[in-house]
Every structure is written in structure tokens, then in C-alpha cells.
Design a protein around this ligand. Sequence first.
Ligand SMILES: [Zn+2]
Length: 262
Amino acid sequence: MLQRDVAPGIHRVEDAFVNWYLVEDGPRLTIVDCGVPRSWGSLQAALAELGRAPGDVEAVLVTHPHPDHALGLFAVLEELPVGRFWRSSGEDDGDLYADLESACRRAGVPAAALPAGYSLRLAGARLDVLHSGGRRHKVDPVNNQSLVLLFEREGRRALLTGDAGFSTEDGLARTELLSPVDVLKVGHHGSRGSTSRAFVAALRPRAALISCGRENRFGHPAPETLATLDAAGAPAFRTDLSSDVRIELDARGATRLWRRGP
Ligand SMILES: [Zn+2]
């Protein structure tokens, strides 16, 4: 069971293509991504377990316009009185962003692209946008335009990377933006095209989250990714092995709490 009295944190669920993160900061909730339509059901269940009211959702963010990160957001926008919708400033190789923005108009939710450098203020924390959009890379162009978000509260930090791969990681590593984090949400489901050694060395995560479905056909997470994290001393928490993960971040350190077993 989720403990209801631990407030600030990051939650993540993925079961096959169910994929969402809930950033909980005191009274405010921010939803980052929501995968296939049935993701909405699991998100709804978690909100109920946390004793949250529908009106607690301040903002919804989508890291990039791919179905495994965005399709469940239609139900979120329809069912919850969301305060604000933010998307990456990257390109769309389908109509997902246009369709989501139409859903926002129907629901009366203000929608906009979130630029790199922007900072979202939460109740006692903030989400800094380290990356959004940018140039079109040859490999995985939409993935590499993902929002990369740094959550920070009381000196504790977690990096949410969407499906960003090496190109984005290398670009970030060339800036002054990377510094040690408590938790790294590993990019692109732990694929072999993300989580470079240089990126992990700059972040020195104390724990890593990998969203990947059980026996997924992509072979996520890649052995190389697991080896990189292992060499860096970052234990990897995988949704294919342990289902939902809840992490609380506060001044005392990061604590992980499991919601459901395998
Ligand atoms: Zn994905």
C-alpha cells in the first residue's frame, strides 16, 4: 500500500506501455506523461490511494508526442480539472500534439510549449526545464527533443529524461546544467541508445528508475545501460521486475517505497 502521509515525491508506473510520473509536492500534483489509455486507470487508482482530490492536479506535462507517453492524457484532460497543460517544444511526427491541444481547448485548459530554461514553481519545490525541443537529430529525432526536467526540493534532486538519448545527453553534458542528482529516471526505457557513461558520471545518481514493460519486445533495458548504472554504483529499479515505484525526496534523503510487487 502507498503510505498517505509521505507527501513530496516522484511516482512512476509502467506496466508494458502504462507510463506515468506523478510529482507530488505538498498540495500540488504535477503529472508527467501518461501512456496508453489504460494508464489513466492506474493513475486514477494511485490518486485515490493517495487520498487526492481531482482538483489537486496543478499541471500536466508531456515529454514528447509518442503514444506510450501521451495517449492516456486525453482521459486525464477529460476527467480532471487540470490547471495547465505543457508540452515539449519539439516536433510532432504525427498529430498527437494537435489532438492534445484540441482536447485542452474542449476542456478549457490553457496549453503551451515549455521552453528550455523555464522553471515551474511548485509549492515547495521546482521543476527546471533543462531541455525541450532543440535541433532535429538524425537518430530518434522526436525522442531527442523530449522535455528533460530537473525536480528539486530541499536540496534533493531528480532528473526526468523522457525518451532522450545520447544526442540530448551529450548536449546537456556540454552545458553547466548537469550536477549530481538523487534519482535519475533513465532515458528511453533503458535502451542502448541512452544513459551514456559520461552522462551518468556527471549526474552521479544514487538510484535509477527504468520504465519498461515485462518481457517487452524491445529488449529494454539494455545490458549496457544496466552495466553503466552498476559501474556508477546506482541501483536500478525496474518496473518490469517490481512494478510501481514511489520515491520520496526530502532533506533526509531519498526513500523508496514499493506500491505493488511483480
Ligand atoms: Zn517511450
